[in-house]
Ligand binder design. Structure first.
Ligand code: NAD
Length: 301
């Protein structure tokens, strides 16, 4: 029997109130849902409480009474630990409670997590997002959803509070596969934009001119449009998406190609470049700092 759609004022629990989880929670509150959030970081909990949600340090306390549980955590391994670790958060849920992993997790981790949760009678959807902090704030994220169609329908009002495009991708894990592929295409476009900026500047072109011309020409892409001027040419490097998280996504995409036995040379090269750059940029680096790494290559030779 089809489940009734989960609508406001149902309780939505969000585990992980970081750069993305917090603004996504604010959108849920604006749509009329009650939001119970969990995060070990006190400032994140204070920010949710200030927005009208209820914040908990313990995920197990946060999921009590929830109609649906969302995870928005760094990796699939962290998601698994949060749900199936010693706190037994998943085991405490009624079987009717869907769990949606909106983090960018590895699809193979997701399918194995879905199996483990099915053993507890629970359904997992993977619904990663694209659009970054800006689109999390204005509720216009792109959301790609894997999992059973009836459960996707059931949680649609919840997803619609956070995103504009909600695209079913097939079985569980397919959303995460799609997300890794999207970030590969995005990172490859960013590297091309950064290399063009570096070469053009060294030749004597003004950085703003390079961005302006690309943005009205066939070289235009998301990075030339929304990253070159605000974060790279300005040297602010504060897009809100970390270097480490992008490096993780690229490794997921490259591993997926390997897992499928495909020879696709550039995806591995991009993932390797990101991994090589990571240690020198520091733990808090923004992903747009790939430009700093590229610009320093000749200086450090
Ligand atoms: P973030 O590091 O800002 O936030 C993660 C939050 O999870 C932190 O507040 C941390 O304290 C919390 N956390 C860690 N372990 C926890 C646990 N066991 N229980 C509860 N909370 C815990 O990361 P983010 O930028 O918000 O990204 C989250 C996910 O979304 C990642 O998978 C990332 O790849 C993906 N993503 C990020 C962006 C972006 O622009 N930042 C865009 C799309 C997708």
């Amino acid at each position: 029997m089809a489940q009734t759609a989960i609508s406001p004022p149902a309780i939505v629990t969000v585990i992980g109130l970081g750069q993305m989880g917090l603004p996504m929670s604010r959108r849920l509150l604006l749509a009329g849902f009650k939001v119970h959030g969990a995060d070990p970081a006190e400032p994140a909990r204070a920010a949710l409480a200030a927005a009208g949600g209820k914040a908990f340090a313990s995920a197990k306390e946060a999921v009590a009474g929830a109609s649906v549980v969302i995870t928005m955590l760094p990796t699939g391994k962290v998601v698994r630990e949060a749900l199936l670790g010693p706190d037994e958060v998943a085991a405490s849920l009624p079987k009717t409670t869907p769990i949606i992993d909106m983090s960018s997790s590895a699809p193979t981790d997701t399918t194995s997590l879905a199996e483990a949760l099915a053993g507890l009678g629970l359904t997992l959807l993977d619904a990663p997002v694209s659009g970054g902090v800006k689109r999390a704030i204005d509720g216009s994220l792109a959301i790609m959803v894997g999992g059973p169609a009836d459960v996707v329908e059931q949680v649609k009002p919840v997803l619609a509070a956070m995103g504009k495009s909600i695209i079913p991708t097939g079985r569980v894990g397919s959303g995460h596969a799609m997300k890794a592929l999207n970030n590969y295409v995005s990172a490859a476009g960013l590297i091309a934009a950064c290399e063009a900026l570096l070469i053009g500047r060294t030749f004597g072109l003004a950085p703003e001119t390079i961005a302006d011309v690309l943005n009205v020409s066939t070289g235009r892409n998301n990075s030339t449009e929304v990253k070159l001027k605000p974060f790279i040419i300005s040297e602010k490097f504060n897009s809100g998406f970390s270097f480490a998280l992008m490096a993780k996504d690229l490794r997921i995409a490259a591993d997926l190609a390997k897992h499928l036995g495909l020879t696709v040379p550039q995806i591995g090269a991009v993932a390797d470049l990101w991994e090589k750059a990571k240690p020198g940029l520091g733990a808090d680096a923004d992903h747009t700092e790939i430009y700093r790494y590229l610009a320093d290559l000749d200086a450090n030779r």
